[in-house]
Design a protein around this ligand. Structure first.
Ligand SMILES: Cc1cc2nc3c(=O)[nH]c(=O)nc-3n(C[C@H](O)[C@H](O)[C@H](O)COP(=O)(O)O)c2cc1C
Length: 210
């Protein structure tokens, strides 16, 4: 009798463990470098560099989703997540971006561009309002690192706080008033060699006090 109960308890424990393992896998399924042969986080951070020339190779939908998932995994002040992303794939719109925002002219040859925006309806009210810039910047850096990790090339092209660029971008994409475009990230497979800069400089570091 005792061994029967023990067997049932053991069987239940195995089932619970299997369910927990399954759920844990589901939760992390979005970003699974091991399964896709992608590089480690530290390697991707070190390898990231601005890529402004792209090949004609299309970018897979799953990779675009991974970029957006990485962006939305960023930390935000008070966990407000005050962001919105416009994924631009229409060649005509990419060319219009390149023509009207010359700092983003590489968009003409990109396979897509992601416009990282702040959503002011989600931003902190009052004094902490400008934290949206840091929140959207954190999302942007995550996106850039995820691009590198997936063998893609991308570059941050600044929009906000330039009033002129912000207005141009707003008109191009039909953004509502509460949406502020922080940057445009043209993306594609790199055309040619990509060499990251070595920016390590110990003189930037101060220990305990200045
Ligand atoms: C806030 C910000 C704005 C930027 N704006 C532009 C831009 O308008 N056009 C561009 O080609 N690169 C832009 N860059 C990319 C920088 O030029 C680039 O990060 C810098 O030269 C360092 O090179 P790396 O990214 O290869 O390390 C921007 C980067 C940041 C962080």
């Amino acid at each position: 009798m005792t061994s029967k109960i023990l067997n049932i308890v053991l069987a239940l424990a195995v089932v619970i463990l299997a369910v927990e393992l399954y759920l844990a896998k589901q939760n992390t399924a979005a970003i699974q470098p091991e399964e896709t042969g992608e590089m480690s986080a530290l390697t991707a951070i070190a390898q990231r560099t601005s890529v402004r020339a792209y090949s004609d190779q299309p970018v897979e939908e799953e990779k675009v989703e991974t970029l957006l998932r990485a962006a939305m995994a960023a930390p935000t002040a008070r966990d407000c997540r005050p962001w919105a992303f416009v994924v631009v794939k229409d060649r005509k719109v990419l060319e219009a971006i390149a023509d009207t925002l010359r700092n983003a002219r590489m968009a003409a040859k990109a396979q897509l561009a992601i416009v990282v925006c702040g959503d002011m309806t989600k931003a902190i009210e009052g004094e902490g309002r400008d934290f949206w810039i840091q929140d959207a910047s954190a999302a942007t850096e995550n996106l850039l690192i995820a691009a590198t990790a997936q063998g893609l090339g991308a570059v941050w092209t600044g929009i906000y706080p330039s009033a002129k660029r912000t207005q141009t971008c707003r008109e191009l994409l039909g953004l509502p008033e509460h949406i502020i475009p922080l940057n445009i990230i043209p993306i594609g497979y790199p055309a040619g060699e990509v060499t990251p800069k070595d920016k390590w400089d110990p003189t930037n570091i101060h220990t305990d006090r200045w």
